[in-house]
Ligand binder design. Structure first.
Ligand code: AHR
Length: 659
């Protein structure tokens, strides 16, 4: 019954279904309307849904430094014969405020298997057969005599591999021990055991295990399959680290980039604000350890060819939560963080922050060009803080671009207030967010047609079509949502002279650890798959072009007539005309596309189609390509192409202009 009701809703939603057989579309190839920025289609990254810790950051040990609220969360002490105080949590805050806790292990002469500790991983540990695993630990011999072993086990206790860890430094200083071993089986949810053999006392901290197949094989790096998914989007930019995580529930939990750079053991972890945000999706073991910190974000951006777009706290905590404000006369350190970040990214190695970047392995500048001030902040309090940031940054870096928040919604009182204020301030980029039902996306494809052209540019910084608020796991990222985004995105591209950047949000979700749905890419401990929404993003991005071309039907932009949506562009690098056509109706529709104003075209173009007749269909780990692009050739007759657009489809035609 529930499904039936939804189908009725869907039918109503696409009520403009009309089975007109033939449509005449015209692309004016010699009348380009404006430029499409290289940054047009990008990525929004936030550590939500276990996107970073437990996700792309490949660390397998949860609570490696014992700094979670409960110091042994994720750990279990195993003792054949119980001894009080065999594992103690020590705190050296006076000496090390970033990483105060460690554990003191006292062993009393047992064999391997008698006394040890188990780490459960984030949601278990994804282990691959024949892959090398790299273990490391910081240790201090208090009373030598313990031989330490590490091993991986499956849920039955079967050993998947392991080794002895040499912790035999002759002094009582802290040292780092490393050990590697190869796994003998693939297991989705393994655990790691540490065994303490012999008798003695040893202190342990930063207990870590990484797979060796990280992105670019970087030790302590990122999960390669997840980064590859990002690289395959060919993103123009990557926004990080969020999202609400920038603001924090309160100011003490705000994101502070300076605490995320330098040696990993000195990056002071904080609770992840998504930990308790949704009472129906509580994730009490969700922290930000910042192994993926600002240096790694810049490096990631560089690796995947995207411009970095860091977003900084503007002196306001989340206005839905604590709503804490920094008094204006105390905003100095926040502004300084922004200035120092530019120095960290771009500064000469002789500068304080440029030197840190070099020490971390990247003497060359990252060439940061923009940053966002505030996430979803609003009201006069935001404007007065933003003005202080803008003045200080522009004074020092006049060409640096700033992204300004327009709040949480694309309309309403808050939006209107900010939109007016920010335009008075000549904002470089106004960040608009919309999480709306498919009907909104279909009916707003013309949103930017009437926006002022030579004024502030738009960054559609977070958007996603939400078909249903159900979180029962069956309605995530379905085709109706993706199709409506495609329809809407034709409007973004058609107005690329106003819209400079756009990104779907959120990006990643772990099936066993998510808080927010839908999301672009779903992962488990071993695999990841792209949703239909992912393929929509990818198709727009890899078929971007750099000049907007007018495309019309009956002399009008195509934004919903007969459930068709279209945009066209030209790619001067490849000399190709690119047409994107969304057919949001239940019937096939034929579009005869005239490419007016060209001299000569290739006799054949390419057609890429993303479609499903089932609007509720979704991809999954079992069927990751259920909705995925299919490519074929399409004939070109003179200056005309006949495109038979399947029901509920996104179609992309590329045709080369010949000299
Ligand atoms: O994308 C998830 C959240 O949605 C972001 O953190 C926030 O900016 C928005 O409310």
């Amino acid at each position: 019954m529930k499904i039936y009701k939804r189908l009725c809703y869907l039918l109503a939603l696409v009520a403009c279904i009309n089975a007109h057989a033939q449509h005449s579309l015209v692309v004016k190839v010699n009348e380009p309307k404006g430029d499409i920025q290289k940054t047009m289609w990008g990525i929004f990254f936030e550590d939500i849904n276990m996107g970073a810790d437990g996700g792309i950051y490949a660390e397998l040990v949860k609570n490696r430094s014992f700094e979670f609220y409960r110091p042994l969360m994720g750990w279990k002490v195993n003792q054949k014969n119980f001894r009080e105080g065999a594992v103690l949590v020590m705190n050296r805050k006076a000496n090390d405020s970033a990483n105060p806790r460690f554990i003191r292990v006292t062993a009393a002469g047992g064999s391997k298997g008698d006394f040890g500790m188990t780490n459960e991983g984030f949601r278990g540990m994804g282990i691959k057969k024949d892959l090398r695993y790299d273990f490391s630990v910081q240790y201090r011999q208090v009373n030598p005599g313990i031989k330490m072993h590490v091993e991986l086990v499956d849920s039955t206790g079967m050993v998947l591999g392991g080794t002895t860890v040499a912790t035999d430094a002759p002094d009582t200083n802290w040292h780092k021990a490393t050990a590697s071993f190869t796994a003998n089986a693939t297991v989705m949810r393994a655990k790691m055991n540490l065994w303490f053999e012999g008798s003695g006392v040893i202190d342990l901290d930063m207990v870590s295990l990484f797979p060796s197949d990280t992105w670019k094989n970087r030790p302590g790096g990122l999960r390669a399959d997840m980064v590859q998914k990002l690289a395959d989007l060919k993103p123009g930019f990557i926004r990080f680290p969020g999202g609400c995580i920038v603001e924090g529930f309160d100011l003490s939990q705000r994101y502070q980039w300076k605490k995320t750079v330098g040696p990993v053991e000195q990056r002071q972890l904080i609770i992840n604000r998504w930990n308790t945000e949704f009472t129906d999706r509580l994730t009490p073991d969700y922290y930000q350890t910042f192994g993926l910190g600002f240096f790694e974000y810049f490096q990631l951006a560089e690796d995947i060819g995207a411009e970095a777009l860091p977003i900084l706290n503007c002196g306001m905590a989340c206005q839905f939560n604590s709503c804490e404000l920094v008094p204006l006369d105390q905003l100095g350190p926040y502004v300084q963080d922004a200035l120092d970040l530019i120095e960290f990214a771009n500064g000469d190695v002789s500068t304080k922050w440029g030197k840190l970047r070099a020490d971390m392995g990247h003497p060359a500048p990252f060439r940061l060009k923009m940053m966002g001030i505030g996430n979803e902040n609003w009201g006069p309090q935001y404007v007065e803080r933003l003005k202080i940031f803008t003045k200080a940054i522009k004074e020092k870096y006049p060409d640096f671009k700033l992204v300004n928040s327009s709040g949480t919604d694309p309309n309403g009182q808050r939006f209107d207030f900010l939109n007016t204020e920010l335009r008075h301030m000549n904002a470089d980029l106004i960040d608009e967010h919309y999480y709306r039902p498919p009907s909104w996306f279909f009916s707003n494809a013309k949103r930017y047609d009437t926006f002022p052209r030579n004024a502030s540019k738009i960054f559609a910084g977070e958007y996603a079509s939400h078909y249903s608020w159900d979180i029962d796991g069956t309605l995530r990222n379905n085709w109706i949502a993706a199709l409506s985004e495609a329809a809407y995105m034709t409007g973004l591209e058609r107005n690329a002279d106003v819209v400079s950047m756009a990104s779907y949000a959120p990006l990643f979700a772990h099936v066993d650890g998510w808080q927010w749905s839908p999301d672009l890419i779903w992962v488990n401990n071993l695999q990841s798959y792209g949703t239909p929404n992912y393929y929509v993003q990818q198709l727009f991005s890899v078929n971007k072009g750099n000049k907007i071309l007018p495309i019309t039907m009956n002399n009008m932009v195509i934004a919903g007539q007969d459930s068709l949506y279209a945009t066209a562009c030209f790619d001067t690098a490849t000399n190709e005309i690119i047409v994107k056509l969304v057919n949001a109706s239940a019937n096939a529709q034929v579009g005869s596309i005239n490419l007016a104003g060209v001299k000569k075209l290739a006799k054949e173009g390419s057609l890429t189609v993303l479609k499903s007749e089932d609007l509720l269909t979704a991809n999954s780990f079992d069927q990751p390509q259920k909705v995925a692009p299919q490519q074929s050739a399409i004939p070109v007759k003179g200056k005309d192409i006949v495109l038979n657009a399947a029901p509920y489809s996104l179609n992309i035609v590329r045709v080369k202009m010949e000299k």
